[in-house]
Ligand binder design. Structure first.
Ligand SMILES: *[C@@H]1O[C@H](CO)[C@@H](O)[C@H](O)[C@H]1NC(C)=O
Ligand SMILES: *[C@@H]1O[C@H](CO)[C@@H](O)[C@H](O)[C@H]1NC(C)=O
Ligand SMILES: *[C@@H]1O[C@H](CO)[C@@H](O)[C@H](O)[C@H]1NC(C)=O
Ligand SMILES: *[C@@H]1O[C@H](CO)[C@@H](O)[C@H](O)[C@H]1NC(C)=O
Ligand SMILES: *[C@@H]1O[C@H](CO)[C@@H](O)[C@H](O)[C@H]1NC(C)=O
Ligand SMILES: *[C@@H]1O[C@H](CO)[C@@H](O)[C@H](O)[C@H]1NC(C)=O
Ligand SMILES: *[C@@H]1O[C@H](CO)[C@@H](O)[C@H](O)[C@H]1NC(C)=O
Ligand SMILES: *[C@@H]1O[C@H](CO)[C@@H](O)[C@H](O)[C@H]1NC(C)=O
Length: 630
């Protein structure tokens, strides 16, 4: 009798278990966690074409070419085999950060254990700039460096691209053979594009450290500090090599753009930057803006020939880099990272405010219709917006906790809350697809089917839709530390609209999270095509690295190379003069004044995509949605 009773109970339990199936959101999160985990390198591999070099602990990330149009063309972009595995810090840094963020603010099954996270953090450690003389300087590079005995410098080395290009003709033959074997058509066109792209690659090989990887690493350090209980020892290890905040701030300010300075090192910027930023500079002449590269003109003159140089030998401004710098600073101050706040001086406060103002201004002015120049390395608009929204989220949280912060944080809060709670929402409403749920950036949006009819493939749709959810949550909720839930910011009249937008996108993600290619375009070279070369834009500095000036109208292409030139804008040029300069030719080429999108014939540029990054931001969207308090 007792036995029977037990058996009945047992059967009952099974029934309940089956009818009460795991809700779809949990299932989807489990599946995402598994996919992300599968894309971490657990067994390093050496380059032996077609085997790519893969570094232990890094997450998958790959270089592809943005071909588009008819099916045969599009195939070259999305083919399963046509890519180069890339060992960079950026993708792994972001994936780690996103996974930790989902742990902190979301409700999800266990996302990552100490061992796996430790592998990623160890891998990121190898991306420090080794040319620093002081110890523990948290200055980071996109690619790790190798020591060059001839030049006595540490040089950035994108392993697989470098190997491919060093043995270019050998690899090319092999690539051709493999592609033929796979039955891929129009190989000739692909090879052609690789040839042109590889010329551009050579230039980026020698890149100095940058402030986006640098401040991404700062944000990550803060997260490790906050999660010390969950992941013991990782923060302490991070501190060992990253504690020199004084030097970090010195460097951030040394390489900042100060248009009103009298010093060429500080007041000179890429002519492509100046083209879109000039009204901002006119209205904010005392601005101090975070730049991309940790190098100045004085330095590039002497060290370029030793294999460390900014592309085109000059610094630029990218709003995405700016958004990451702002986040790094915001989190370091709010959560008191080492002694960062002791060095947060007046100049650094100005840099913080100026850079945040530029971000708000760029969004309000739709990047002056030149996203190709404003997001010069990071074309994904949804990704940029998300990076910016993360600072707003932290600032809102700090206000709710009555943290006392310098006044500049209130000003940045006003700027960001205004733009994110109005302009950005409007942007989503204007760009949502006809299903009112999902969003496309540009990968595959110009593809056509065999009948020549437009048939977008939605390759960045999952990414863009997930980031939209993450942005809306970052803009309209705060994390309540007492309940551990995300709470709506109540005094917002548009909240109903926002909730519906989020609900729609979450439903779409649950349905489609595995139905499209999980691509994104998280990074690219600054040149997308002929129109993005800096030389065609108005400039007032034309020099060789040795300081000799030259006349762009009489450039001796036979004996001189632009490779060693510095073409830039120093100081402010008044608008009347500038307009006249726009109407003139530079190096005999008219100024490219319009941008026709990232999919234009002839402009098939290399881009960086990471599937596990898409899966992690999707996980973050679901985990946060799952933790919303209604
Ligand atoms: C580091 O020190 C060496 C020798 O003193 C010097 O040549 C080099 O320029 C310094 N590097 C930096 C980045 O300061
Ligand atoms: C540019 O870098 C050089 C070498 O590090 C440094 O001496 C100089 O002060 C820098 N320029 C400015 C304006 O900071
Ligand atoms: C060392 O640097 C020089 C100058 O950039 C370069 O020409 C050379 O190929 C480098 N050597 C190695 C082994 O990478
Ligand atoms: C969003 O979805 C949740 C869960 O399905 C539901 O409770 C809520 O009412 C929805 N909100 C809106 C505004 O549709
Ligand atoms: C400076 O470099 C340019 C281009 O390499 C060269 O033509 C010129 O002669 C150099 N000037 C001096 C003074 O060395
Ligand atoms: C390039 O240099 C050579 C030798 O100095 C000279 O003969 C030739 O005219 C130069 N080319 C141009 C286009 O000036
Ligand atoms: C400038 O371009 C025009 C065509 O656009 C060409 O005819 C002319 O020869 C070029 N001049 C120089 C100096 O290259
Ligand atoms: C790509 O598609 C967009 C949106 O449909 C369109 O505005 C643009 O003109 C297209 N570009 C090309 C080169 O076909």
């Amino acid at each position: 009798m007792i036995l029977l009773h037990k058996m009945f109970y047992f059967i009952l339990c099974i029934c309940i278990y089956y009818t009460n199936a795991i809700p779809p959101i949990e299932q989807t999160m489990e599946k995402l966690i598994k996919l992300i985990s599968d894309d971490q390198v657990l067994k390093p591999a050496e380059f032996k074409f077609p085997q790519w070099e893969k570094k232990l602990g890094l997450y998958r990330s790959e270089v592809r070419l943005d071909f588009f149009g008819e099916p045969l063309q599009a195939e070259l972009r999305k083919n399963k085999y046509i890519y180069v595995f890339d060992n960079n810090m950026f993708a792994t840094g972001w994936i780690s950060s996103v996974l930790l963020e989902a742990t902190m603010y979301g409700r999800a099954p266990k996302i990552i254990d100490t061992e796996r996270l430790s592998l990623a953090i160890d891998a990121i450690e190898t991306f420090h700039d080794h040319n620093q003389n002081e110890s523990s300087v948290p200055l980071m590079t996109f690619w790790s460096q190798i020591y060059n005995q001839t030049t006595n410098t540490w040089q950035s080395a994108p392993d697989n691209l470098r190997y491919l290009i060093t043995d270019f003709d050998d690899s090319l033959q092999l690539i051709e053979d493999i592609l033929k074997l796979l039955g891929i058509k129009n190989i000739a066109q692909l090879i052609d594009k690789i040839r042109t792209s590889s010329a551009a690659f050579k230039d980026v090989f020698q890149i100095p450290p940058d402030f986006d990887d640098t401040y991404l690493n700062i944000g990550l350090g803060v997260q490790l500090k906050l999660l010390q209980d969950k992941y013991p020892s990782l923060y302490l290890r991070w501190l060992q090599t990253n504690s020199n905040m004084k030097k970090l701030i010195d460097l951030t300010l040394r390489y900042a753009y100060k248009p009103s300075s009298q010093n060429l090192d500080q007041n000179t910027i890429d002519p492509r930057t100046y083209f879109w930023i000039r009204d901002f500079v006119r209205d904010n002449p005392q601005a101090v803006l975070a730049t991309t590269w940790a190098q100045n003109i004085t330095e590039v003159r002497t060290i370029a020939h030793r294999g460390i140089r900014m592309p085109f030998n000059l610094n630029n401004i990218d709003v995405t880099v700016g958004a990451n710098v702002i986040y790094g600073i915001t989190s370091a101050i709010i959560y008191d990272l080492v002694d960062f706040k002791d060095y947060f001086n007046q100049d650094m406060q100005t840099l913080y405010l100026s850079t945040a103002s530029l971000i708000a201004w760029s969004i309000k002015n739709s990047m002056k219709n030149r996203p190709d120049l404003a997001q010069v390395y990071y074309p994904s608009h949804y990704n940029f917006l998300w990076y910016g929204s993360r600072s707003l989220f932290l600032l809102e949280l700090a206000r709710r906790q009555d943290k006392s912060l310098p006044d500049v944080f209130n000003r940045v809060y006003s700027l960001l809350s205004d733009v994110y709670r109005s302009d950005v929402v409007k942007f989503f409403q204007d760009h949502v697809r006809s299903d009112k749920s999902s969003y496309d950036d540009f990968l595959g949006t110009n593809d056509t089917n065999i009948f020549g009819k437009l048939e977008p493939t939605g390759e960045d749709r999952i990414f863009s839709t997930a980031q939209t959810v993450n942005i809306l949550i970052a803009s309209f909720t705060y994390f309540d530390i007492n309940t551990g839930r995300l709470k709506w910011i109540t005094n917002e009249k548009q909240l109903d609209t926002i909730k519906i937008m989020i609900n729609n996108s979450i439903s779409w993600l649950l349905e489609n999270a595995f139905k499209y290619q999980p691509f994104n375009c998280f990074f690219s070279g600054s040149v997308k095509g002929f129109n993005q070369l800096p030389f065609w834009y108005p400039a007032n500095i034309y020099q060789f690295l040795n300081g000799t000036t030259f006349d762009p109208d009489h450039f001796d292409t036979e004996n001189q190379s632009l490779m060693d030139s510095i073409v830039g804008v120093s100081g402010y040029i008044d608008e009347t003069t500038y307009e006249r300069m726009i109407s003139q030719k530079h190096f005999n080429v008219s100024t490219p004044t319009t941008f026709n999108g990232y999919n234009v014939p002839g402009g098939e540029f290399p881009f960086w995509s990471s599937q596990p990054y898409t899966h992690s931001v999707t996980l973050l969207a679901l985990a946060q949605y799952n933790n919303l308090d209604d």
